[in-house]
Write a protein that binds this ligand. Structure first.
Ligand SMILES: CC(C)(COP(=O)(O)OP(=O)(O)OC[C@H]1O[C@@H](n2cnc3c(N)ncnc32)[C@H](O)[C@@H]1OP(=O)(O)O)[C@@H](O)C(=O)NCCC(=O)NCCS
Length: 151
């Protein structure tokens, strides 16, 4: 498995991966392409045997990062792929002080993943998600020393 910068050539495979992982609530092709082109965004993919098996969208504004989306193919889970995508994005970002994310309250695998990386629950945003309506848990990872996340 290799982690690489996402290129336009990966878009179709990433879209299939997102459809597999998120079903009806997956990003549209337009949303995916906008994320790839966004200035503050960095999208990475996990590739194995020429196939995209993982995807991460990470954004950074000044010293604050955010995990916008992360997904790993169901057949490839619990192999540390999401952890590798997240740690590699954080470790290659410049001047980060903290990283935030939102996650559905019922998404136990994702919450466990983030907790395993040191993220802590800091707030709940009531009714944040639609289809189905659900609260979001806001999580944060802060670094005591800028640029040294120690993940
Ligand atoms: C959440 C998701 C990205 C995790 O990907 P992954 O590659 O399987 O995660 P990792 O293998 O890096 O897991 C690291 C740790 O997270 C925790 N974890 C991950 N999945 C878990 C699960 N299903 N149940 C409990 N703990 C879990 C474990 O502590 C795991 O370490 P371990 O396997 O040594 O016990 C994946 O399940 C997924 O794509 N889900 C659908 C999309 C989604 O919900 N994305 C998040 C949106 S906010």
């Amino acid at each position: 498995m290799m982690i690489k910068e996402m290129l336009p050539a990966h878009v179709k495979q990433v879209k299939v991966l997102l459809d597999t992982c998120f079903g009806e609530s997956a990003w549209t092709m337009d949303a995916l392409c906008s994320q790839l082109e966004k200035l503050d965004s960095r999208c990475t993919v996990a590739i194995e045997d020429d196939t995209v098996i993982g995807f991460l969208a990470f954004e950074q504004v000044v010293d604050e990062g955010s995990i916008v989306e992360v997904a790993v193919h169901p057949d490839c889970r619990r192999r540390g792929i999401a952890s590798s995508l997240i740690t590699s994005a954080i470790n290659s970002a410049d001047g980060l002080h903290s990283v935030f994310l939102e996650v559905r309250e019922s998404n136990t695998p994702a919450i466990k993943l983030y907790e395993s990386l040191g993220f802590e629950r800091i707030a709940v945003r009531k009714g944040y998600y639609d289809r189905p309506k659900e609260d979001a848990v806001i999580m944060n990872l802060s670094f005591s020393v800028c640029n040294e996340p120690n993940l």
